[in-house]
Ligand binder design. Sequence first.
Ligand code: R5P
Length: 219
Amino acid sequence: MNQDAMKKQAAEAALNYVEGGVIGVGTGSTVNHFIDALATVKSRIEGAVSSSEASSVRLAAHGIPVFDLNAVGALSLYVDGADETNAQFQLIKGGGGALTREKIVAAASQKFVCIGDETKLVKVLGAFPLPVEVIPMARSYVARELVKLGGTPIWREGFVTDNGNVILDVRHLEITDPIQMEQQINNLAGVVTVGIFALRPADVLILGTPDGAKTVDKG
Ligand SMILES: O=C[C@H](O)[C@H](O)[C@H](O)COP(=O)(O)O
């Protein structure tokens, strides 16, 4: 079974958590499978809050109403993918550049269901280059500060986030204390969001495997 088929399995298993109301929907290839599956049960929900323009377009194409987060208040459920997860469900996200809106929607949600394939599970976060969204004028300054932390930041040239900012992808960080590093990088002037999701980790992890989707729910 290939990676995409495992992502699809996990996405379809996440439908078990869709009960009603307005739900939060993330971004990426795994979430695209989830949006397509959600369309088959769309009468169950009122609509969705989306973490990116791309997901909003896909939801709308399926006839699923898309709401502004400010119009709906707290969400019961958020479903999103990840680039890496550790056993504590602390994540690296932002490979698609949607990390800031993803972190906002995750924070506003009671339950965060993370979906992916089994290759996303790692012992220590950081093999995947850590995305950091930065205000454009702060790009070089933040890059120098990230070098002081031991990282090698690479500007994702030509890419602009939905918020009009730039992304630095930071290699060579071994993230042994994700909460501390999330706070430290978020505190740099000019950083909008770092792609570590440890202060608000996922609550449920669903990983596609060759033997079927495996769900671990922290309850
Ligand atoms: O910005 C993108 C998101 O954080 C995605 O959830 C993450 O990159 C995983 O993407 P995919 O499901 O395509 O592997």
